[in-house]
Structure formats: C-alpha cells, structure tokens
Design a protein around this ligand. Structure first.
Ligand code: SF4
Length: 424
C-alpha cells in the first residue's frame, strides 16, 4: 500500500506525521508525494489560525473525488481539527474513514494491520528509518496553561511528558541512523517533567541528551516566560551541544492585554528574563511570537508591544493577527473588536520594525566566520544553520548533510546569510 500524508501547522504536527509515516513504513507501506496513487490519504490539520484550518479543509475536500473513485482508499483526518468528539466532523466529511486526535494513531495502525496482514512490534520505537540530519523529538504533549486565545489545551489535552530513559534511548537510535541535530518539542517544553514521578526538568533532560554520542546540536521549542527557570538558562550556557537560541513567545507588550490573554506575566517580567538570558548565555539569539489585534488592544496597547520589540531587538518575530477560535475562553468571553484592516496595519507595522532590526543584527555578522551545520542541498546551493539558528546559504565545497563547515559571511539579509566555506 502507498500512503500520502499532508501536513500543516506547527513542528509538533510535522513530528506526528513523521511518527505516523514511520509506523506505516514498519507495516510495509510506501510513502508517495502523489495523492492520486495513494491507498492511504492523511490530512494532518491545524486550527490555531482560521487560515490554517481553511487550508486543511480545502485539502480534505480535494480528496473526496479520490475516495469516491475508489472506496477502498482510506482517508483520515488527524491533528488539532479533531477534538474529543468527532460527530460534527463525521457529518461534515462523511467520506472520511478515520478521525484521529493528535498523537493517537492506533486506529490507523490497526486498520492497516488488518488490511495488510502485517503487524508492528510494539518494542520498536516509531522513528523514521531514514531521518533527516536535523529531526524533531516530541518530549511533552499538551498544555496546562489555557491562554485565552489558544485552542491547543482543548485539542492536545493536558501536559504529558515522556520519561527521560525513553527519550535517551530514542535519541541514541536517531544518532545511529545519522541524525546530528535534534529539536526537543512541546507546546511548553519548559514545564517538561512536572507530571513525571521523579520530576526531572528540561535542564536534566538536556544534560542527559548532551552525552549521546553522534548528536552534535540540541535545540528546544517552545518556551514559556513563566516556566523558564534559571537552572534551564544555565544548562543552555553550560552544555556544549545545546545551541544558543531560545524562542520565548511574548505575545504582547501591554500588561492589560497580557492579563486578558491569561499569560501570567507582565512585560517587565519578560524584559528582566531576557536580560538574565542575555547575561548568562553569550551570543544567544532570541525569537518570539506576537499576536496583534487581541480583543481590547487599542492603539496605546499596541504601541507597548512595538516598544518592547524595539527594546529587546529579537532576531526573529513570528507575528499573527488575532483570529477568534471557537471553544476558547476569548471566543466565549471577549468581543473580537479590532477591525481586520487595523489588525493588518499593526501586523505590517511590526514587520517593518522587525525587518530593520533583523537587518542590523545580521549585517553585524558580515565578514565573520560562522560554524554551519549543513541540512540539505536546494536549488543548486547548500542550506544550513548556525548554532544561534541563522539560515545560511553557500554553494562551494563537496559536503553532505550533517557536516559542520565554517562559512565566511559575505551577504546578509534580514532573513538569511550567504557566504563561502573557508578553512579556519
Ligand atoms: Fe497555547 Fe498558551 Fe499553551 Fe502555548 S502556553 S500552547 S499559547 S495555551
């Protein structure tokens, strides 16, 4: 059987799709990019923004003729569109065979086992047989925070960490299969271990993974300003494989908006945390997530977000315009009172400020030599990243993904660097 998995959304969805693909590989199926020739069609969905949900629905609808042409095909919807109850989805998409909640792929495995007459050895971890040199490793599922705008806790459930020994075993296997960089994933990685019996924390997990032979770089995503401990910051500074990059979503720079979002911190707390991170981790790069146009965000509140962005000078800002998500606290209790045109204007204002900041930060790297891990060859040039997560392009040298090379930076843009490989 051939399978086709289409994925939209966060890195966790990418990791879930990889895990499902690994299970299907173990069952003897074969991946295909072409939905027309697939026996198993999977849409891995995201509902964090309306736009992502619309795209997932469009993709699912495009599969309907394929299912009608061959009713033996299996069509499945997975990811955050699927909540605890799927009755409404079943009525809306009657041609879909399976509705799988995030991370719950057992129904699919069982169905394929029945069809193929094969079965999976439960002792084998579900990791790709040929993983990319840089691979995601989910360490904690779900989220306990219930930010008012966010649907994740309702769709992915409460926090559930994977035990340290299981993760060390998995990363060792990934290393043996050629992985050189891992990114530990969770909606809130900083609360890793709170739900485990001996309460290991992310700092401890990083220390254990830092010892895995063959792994050269370790990253983690996403942090929460309330849960980032000093122990964790010191671990990033101390452990040689842990890269100097932290994604620390601020979401807004105004205290009233932060309170309405139930973020649980003030702008001042965030700024002090940034200072502590920068004082402890030399050369750290910082990225953040921001939502504009949250209910009640007036001009003054928005200005405070813009001021915070100017003050921190992030390497990267992921900006989203607020869109009401049914089922969230904000959708139930707050009026979506910022007009769409104003949301777009604010989004653009941040983009412009951030573009200038990123231009300056990256221009400061011109003429420097950066250590880059090669990830892949695309459009006749190599692509890789520095430890602080700068995207770098270059086209000389005979190398392979996973190699560490030194690149002289010759061109800098707000989004990437370009250069030439040099000997140190
Ligand atoms: Fe959503 Fe907030 Fe949890 Fe992040 S921390 S996943 S925004 S509820």
């Amino acid at each position: 059987m051939k399978y086709h998995i289409w994925t939209i959304g966060c890195q966790m969805n990418v990791a879930d799709s990889e895990r499902l693909g690994s299970a299907l590989d173990l069952l003897g199926c074969e991946a295909t990019q072409n939905p027309d020739e697939a026996d198993v069609l999977v849409v891995n969905s995201c509902v964090v923004r309306q736009g992502a949900e619309d795209k997932a629905v469009g993709k699912l609808q495009s599969l309907k003729p394929l299912k009608l042409a061959n009713p033996n095909r299996i069509v499945a919807l997975m990811g955050c569109m699927v909540g605890p109850k799927s009755d409404t989805l079943r009525r809306r998409f009657p041609y879909v065979d399976l509705f799988m909640r995030p991370q719950v792929i057992d129904d699919m495995i069982q169905l394929i086992e029945e069809r193929q007459g094969t079965c999976i050895d439960n002792a084998v971890p579900l990791i790709p047989s040929r993983p990319a040199v840089s691979t995601f490793v989910p360490i904690i599922q779900g989220c306990d925070k219930f930010c008012t705008f966010c649907i994740i806790p309702y769709r992915r459930g409460r926090e559930k960490s994977r035990p340290v020994p299981e993760l060390v075993r998995e990363v060792r296997m990934l290393s043996q299969r050629g992985v050189r960089e891992i990114t530990l994933l969770g909606q809130n990685v900083d609360s890793y271990g709170n739900d485990l019996p001996d309460k290991p924390d992310l700092a401890e997990l990083l220390s254990r993974l830092n010892e895995v032979e063959g792994i050269q770089r370790i990253r983690f995503l996403t942090s929460h300003p309330n849960d980032m401990s000093h122990r964790l910051i010191e671990a990033v500074a101390r452990l040689d494989k842990v890269c100097e990059h932290i994604n620390l979503p601020v979401q807004a720079g105004d205290d009233a908006v932060l309170a309405a979002m139930h973020r649980g911190y003030s702008a001042d707390h965030y700024l002090r945390l940034v200072e502590r991170i920068r004082n402890t981790i030399p050369g750290v790069s910082l990225s953040t997530d921001v939502i504009v146009g949250f209910p009640g965000e007036g001009d003054q509140q928005f200005q405070r977000t813009l001021d915070l962005i100017r003050e921190v000078r992030f390497d990267k800002v992921h900006i989203a315009a607020y869109s009401e998500r049914p089922g969230t606290i904000a959708a139930r209790k707050l009026e979506d009172d910022v007009p769409l045109a104003e949301k777009k204007r604010r989004l653009q204002a941040i983009e412009e400020v951030q573009e200038r900041i990123a231009t300056d930060i990256n221009a400061a790297l011109l003429g420097s030599v950066q250590e880059v891990m090669i990830e892949e060859r695309k459009d006749d040039r190599w692509e890789g990243r520095t430890r602080p997560n700068k995207l770098v392009y270059f086209n000389n040298g005979h190398h392979k993904p996973g190699d560490l090379v030194n690149v002289l930076v010759e061109i800098a843009s707000p989004w990437s660097l370009q250069g030439t490989i040099v000997e140190r």
